[in-house]
Design a protein around this ligand. Structure first.
Ligand code: ADP
Length: 480
């Protein structure tokens, strides 16, 4: 909402702005938030069912290769020293892999966050280890290069977080380059050592062929980077596709539920209206004919009053029949908050209310009928405005919570609600205003609960009132 002329002021500082910019840049690459169940499923399949067994098969061959004295018969310093470190590194990695196997074995007992972290670290260590072995298998030209490509694909499958995935895979590229460069450096030193013994032309020979490895290196690194980008792009596309499918399933379900509720309400209202009308007519006739006996006329009056009350309730119920007509849509939370602000504080209306927004878009979206969410936030804002007599401060906060819901808090600087009234404010027809209907908060509660949400009020007299609304946004925040 535009800061209304002399009325509503939006406050946004520099850090909010930077936060907003950064989130939108990263948001382009980030897929939707991932359901922990999906993360576990991926780790189970890629790491527990495949990865760890592949390592178990490779390990003996690797040991035989590295620790067999016949493998490296002609190594000279400094490569021999490096081999010594590599052997130690292999032993450490074996211990790490055994530990990793134990973690994977007991993964059902572990928190998803912890499991994720372990997977990230192991992915990094694997790449670094592969780079170390590459040093002894031909450097840039090593056949192990293809294993780097394999690890990039494995990382894409097992690390759903786009930023971490890119970071790990770029580290992989860097490890490969580093091992190639080290290989060249070590070869040069070795040649210099050999030259000093033989005085031969080995260094010249090396320089002649120098441009060829460089080209092949560039190509190989480009292929690695390309694979990183393609894997990421593919994953984001697939994730979004799944998200869309989940969304449309949820759309259809919500629409169906609301329509069913609407049809039921209309049916009940229709069925009850008729007998009520008959009772009302009968009571009216009775009232006219029975003139004597004051108690009877009083009783009849009570019947007619209660009939009128039931009729009002049924009319309300009929209002729910509207549910069948509305359209379920995906609604941006920030957008609906702005829209509600505009309704509660129309530009130029002259309210001296300062609005403090404590949220940064993009916020999760809601799925439902716009009118219901609009009613929730508008009613709360109008109440805040009325409580402050149009002069004061309103703080609106919105955030996603770990349980896949969004939480909106609306706090005002009004007089607050006395503790004896706190429990009653959600009741229909409860009002302390001369011209109030007492329906505003009942509607807020009803609408929120209709979508599986929760409402809460906290207040202290003299310190304003805080209304907290939690609305589920599960489908839109997770992957299916
Ligand atoms: P109405 O606004 O018609 O009275 P509501 O259901 O919206 O109906 O509100 C019920 C009562 O709750 C109000 O009459 C008021 O006493 C109290 N109330 C609601 N919001 C606030 C608020 N922000 N500050 C103080 N009291 C409030």
């Amino acid at each position: 909402m535009e800061p209304a002329s002399g009325a509503v002021m939006a406050e946004e500082n520099l850090s909010d702005l930077l936060r907003r910019r950064w989130t939108s840049v990263v948001g382009v690459f980030a897929g939707p938030a991932i359901d922990p169940a999906i993360i576990r499923q991926r780790v189970r399949f890629m790491e527990r069912n495949i990865g760890i067994w592949v390592k178990a098969v490779i390990a003996p061959a690797l040991f035989w290769f590295l620790f067999n004295p016949n493998t490296f018969t002609s190594l000279t310093a400094p490569r021999e020293d490096v081999l010594h470190y590599l052997r130690n590194y292999t032993l450490i990695m074996t211990a790490v892999t055994v530990g990793y196997g134990i973690v994977l074995w007991g993964m059902d007992e572990l928190a998803t966050r912890f499991l994720e972290r372990v997977v990230y670290i192991v992915a990094m260590l694997d790449l670094a280890f592969l780079a170390a072995i590459t040093l002894f298998c031909g450097g840039f030209d090593s056949i192990l290069y293809w294993v780097f490509l394999g690890l990039v694909i494995r990382n894409a499958a097992v690390i759903p977080n786009a930023e971490v995935q890119v970071l790990v895979n770029l580290t992989g590229c860097a490890c490969y380059v580093l091992s190639g460069v080290l290989d060249i450096a070590l070869t040069r030193i070795e040649n210099v050592v050999l030259d000093s013994y033989s005085g031969g032309p080995s260094t010249e020979m090396m320089q002649e062929g120098a441009s060829e490895p460089f080209e092949s290196l560039v190509l190989r690194v480009l292929l690695l980077l390309l694979m990183t980008a393609v894997c990421l792009g593919l994953q984001v596309l697939l994730d979004r596709q799944r998200q869309r499918e989940a969304e449309s399933r949820e759309f259809a379900l919500k629409q169906e539920q609301l329509e069913a509720a609407g049809r039921l309400a209309a049916e009940i209202a229709h069925q009850l209206k008729n007998p009520l009308g008959i009772i009302n007519n009968a009571a009216y006739t009775l009232h006219k004919t029975v003139k004597e006996g004051k108690t009877i006329t009083q009783q009849i009056a009570i019947i007619r009053e209660e009939v009128a009350r039931s009729d009002r309730i049924i009319t309300d119920l009929m209002g729910y029949a509207r549910l069948a007509e509305g359209r379920v849509e995906r609604i941006g939370l920030a957008e609906i908050l702005e829209q509600s602000l505009e309704v509660a504080f129309p530009p130029g209306s002259g309210f001296q209310v300062q609005v403090h927004r404590d949220y940064v878009d993009p916020l999760p979206s809601l799925l439902g009928q716009r009118v219901h969410f609009l009613e929730i936030f508008t009613n709360l804002l109008v109440n805040a405005r009325e409580a402050m007599n149009g002069v004061g401060h309103v703080w609106i906060g919105a955030k996603a919570t770990p349980d896949y819901s969004v939480q909106v808090t609306i706090h005002d600087s009004g007089p607050g609600i006395p503790s004896d009234q706190l429990g009653r404010v959600w009741e229909a027809y409860f009002t302390t205003k001369d011209r109030g209907t007492g329906l505003g908060l009942a509607i807020v509660k009803h609408n929120a609960e209709m979508y599986g949400g929760r409402v809460r009020v906290d207040s202290e007299v003299g310190k304003g009132a805080t209304f907290t609304i939690n609305l589920p946004a599960r489908t839109l925040m997770r992957l299916q």
